[in-house]
Write a protein that binds this ligand. Structure first.
Ligand code: C2E
Ligand code: CA
Ligand code: CA
Length: 675
């Protein structure tokens, strides 16, 4: 038979000279069907050798010639095709001998395209709408160690380990899930990118796949998804290391501010409606001092040891982070948000034992604030702010303790913010004045001097008492400027009164925070010089807290004040912690018995005995005694009985502006003349 005859045989049986062919794995019958899909159908018996020759075809389209019998007549068929899926091979058949050259040129251009796909430097897998792999390029074979013909027809999910979304977050969908998604992907038909982990011959690797859709014919089954993947494992690692660095505190190895914020935000997002998220804000109480005294290397050591110690006090699953400096945050694990007070208690307990750094042992306390979402803050910022506010409240209430946030703490913060802007301005704009409260000799009734007490005339709020802003001034450091202003104003007033013929000393209050600045004596000297006040008529009232922190330094300063001619008074005596033995070492002039003791003498005989012995000790140490806060004659009488030297209190006069003080003084002198 010649070619024309072959062709007419085919055309007669199938209505085409180039039908489609198909061979399955379990039968040696080569099926021929017209490409249009008409019902005509021819099955040709192949010998086993021919069948296995066809089954050697891979996913790459190639060409093959087989001699068969059709209706008893020999038929030479040119098959162009490839492995279609796991179980079948298919393509186009032709009886035309010339087909060979057609096929060859077709194959050449196909081969070129095939080669591009094969050799391209990415993994390429072509997937049909059922999720079955149809092509698998060379790099894919090399990396997976699976040959194309072994994977063709298999589900694409076999390739993937587990998947990650575009943002790189692992999600738990596994390979099976991908298969189910295939329909959706095909329906949408939109290109997309996805990250997948693949088991390669080099181990597990991370790939990013760009998936696009191509249509090769008209039918639904003629659409394919081209998945081309690039290995981004290294890139992601060069990236993960950076993320790790950006999230770690270099000193302690704990996670840092950034990372804990992310974690708290996530905890808030994931919290069930009835679930609390708890945070604990921790700040060391005396770290700055330790750092200044022993140096930064020591300070770093201490921070590391403290961070470890805090870690041992936490519950399973709690997260500890260092915010920087001596600040830490604990994010409570689920379910332990309400147990944070116990955690705080354990931390305080642990801090009672000293930390040994080299040969030095230091005690370091801490103050902690606790806040819970959603009760105390409904987002990250407000939650942390509340915990921070509660921590400050703990510091305020004596440090070495913890507080749970409450809304009235916010009022305090608001008050501080108001003071922050307004006190500074008040100082600049001359809104502060000194009032003078008389101090008298108890034996003679002669006015010996006055205590200068600061007042603030706020245009917004009227007169503000020092109890409302001195503490803020101390904490903000503004006390330095304020204190200098007090020194200069008092010195000027003393010089003025001296010039007017009065014989008065003025005592000013100097707080512990002011003494921390060793320039305080220099400022005092300058104030005296500027007022041309010689001899010195200004005295200094210090509280016991000035003596506690650094006794040697305090003694040194007291000596310097006294050398300048100032008397030094110990204010609020009895309220602090100074021991009687310590008192003996301090070069003081006068002790001021706190007014709470004066008040207590009305209550019971025990309190009277206490005051009696305090005065006795002062006298024993050769200090003069002032009783402050005398309001009644019976209180005065009691003090007289004890031999107290000076008195001060509303019974005699309140603190008054200078002019009023002068009037008060004149009136008193007139009265005394009459009497
Ligand atoms: P302080 O040094 O103990 O001053 C005595 C306080 O008791 C004054 O309150 C005074 O007005 C009040 N006082 C005096 N006699 C009586 C009395 O008989 N009964 C009662 N109930 N109170 C009496 P003030 O002026 O409000 O001052 C409060 C505190 O503010 C002072 O306590 C002092 O610690 C501080 N302070 C006042 N001025 C200054 C200042 O210029 N610098 C510094 N650092 N602190 C100051
Ligand atoms: Ca005072
Ligand atoms: Ca006092």
């Amino acid at each position: 038979m010649n070619d024309d005859q072959h062709e007419s045989v085919l055309r007669a049986r199938l209505g085409t000279s180039s039908p489609c062919w198909r061979l399955s794995i379990d039968s040696n019958a080569l099926e021929l069907t017209p490409s249009g899909g008409e019902s005509a159908h021819v099955a040709l018996a192949l010998d086993p050798q021919q069948a296995s020759q066809i089954r050697l075809l891979t996913g790459t389209t190639s060409h093959l010639v087989v001699d068969v019998q059709l209706d008893g007549a020999p038929l030479r068929l040119h098959l162009v095709g490839k492995k279609l899926d796991r179980n079948s091979w298919a393509g186009t058949a032709s009886a035309d001998d010339d087909t060979e050259s057609v096929a060859r040129s077709l194959l050449n251009s196909l081969a070129f395209a095939e080669q591009v796909v094969s050799e391209v430097n990415s993994i390429v897998a072509i997937v049909d709408r059922h999720g079955r792999i149809q092509r698998f390029n060379r790099l894919a074979e090399k990396l997976t160690g699976v040959s194309e013909e072994n994977i063709i027809g298999r589900d694409v999910s076999a390739l993937f380990m587990r998947c990650a979304d575009g943002a790189g977050n692992a999600n738990e969908a596994d390979g099976a899930g991908i298969g189910q998604d295939i329909n959706g992907f095909f329906d949408r038909g939109v290109s997309f990118e996805v990250e997948r982990r693949i088991k390669t011959v080099h181990g597990e690797r991370l790939f990013v796949f760009h998936n696009t859709f191509v249509q090769s014919g008209n039918g639904v089954d003629d659409r394919f998804m081209i998945c081309s993947g690039t290995d981004i494992t290294e890139q992601r690692l060069a990236q993960e290391r950076l993320t790790e660095l950006a999230n770690t505190d270099a000193l302690t190895g704990l996670i840092n501010r950034n990372a804990i914020q992310d974690k708290i935000r996530a905890a808030i997002d994931q919290a069930a409606p009835d679930e609390a998220v708890g945070v604990l804000f921790l700040d060391l109480d005396n770290f700055k001092k330790v750092n200044d005294h022993y140096g930064h290397v020591f300070g770093d050591h201490l921070i590391r040891d403290v961070s470890y110690a805090i870690g041992t006090c936490l519950n399973e699953g709690d997260t500890l982070a260092r915010l920087g400096g001596d600040e830490f945050i604990v994010l409570a694990a689920k379910g332990t948000a309400h147990g944070l007070e116990d955690t705080a208690q354990r931390i305080l307990e642990r801090m009672r034992t000293p930390f040994a750094v080299g040969l030095v042992e230091v005690y370091t306390g801490c103050s902690m604030g606790i806040a819970r979402y959603p009760e105390h803050g409904d987002n990250l910022e407000s939650l942390i702010r509340s915990a921070d506010t509660a921590m400050y409240a703990a510091k305020d209430e004596g440090k070495r303790t913890h507080r749970v946030f409450s809304p009235d703490m916010n009022r305090r913060v608001a008050e501080y913010m108001w003071l922050d802007t307004n006190l500074r301005r008040g100082l600049d704009e001359g809104q502060l004045t000194l009032h003078y409260q008389p101090k008298l000799s108890l034996a003679t009734g002669v006015v010996q001097g006055a205590e200068a007490l600061v007042r603030w005339n706020s245009p917004e709020r009227g007169q503000i008492m020092p109890t409302e802003f001195i503490r803020y001034a101390e904490e903000s450091g503004l006390i330095g400027v304020l204190g200098r202003w007090v020194m200069e104003t008092a010195a000027k007033q003393a010089a003025q009164w001296k010039a007017d013929g009065y014989n008065l000393r003025i005592a000013i209050n100097v707080s512990a925070r002011q003494l921390a600045d060793t320039a305080v004596v220099q400022h005092f000297t300058e104030a005296l010089q500027r007022a041309n006040l010689d001899p010195c008529l200004v005295d200094v009232e210090l509280t016991e807290s000035c003596l506690i922190e650094d006794e040697a330094a305090a003694i040194d300063l007291i000596k310097q004040f006294r050398q300048l001619g100032a008397q030094v008074h110990l204010d609020d005596f009895g309220t602090g912690y100074s021991s009687l033995s310590q008192l003996g070492r301090i070069p003081l002039d006068i002790i001021k018995l706190d007014r709470s003791f004066v008040r207590s003498i009305n209550a019971d005989t025990k309190a009277q005995a206490l005051v009696r012995s305090m005065v006795a000790v002062a006298q024993e140490l050769d200090f003069k005694v002032v009783a402050e806060g005398i309001e009644t004659e019976s209180e005065e009488l009691f003090m007289k009985g004890l031999g107290v030297d000076y008195v001060q209190g509303f019974l005699y006069g309140q603190a008054m502006p200078a002019a009023e003080f002068e009037r008060w003084l004149k009136d008193r002198q007139k009265l005394r003349l009459i009497a």
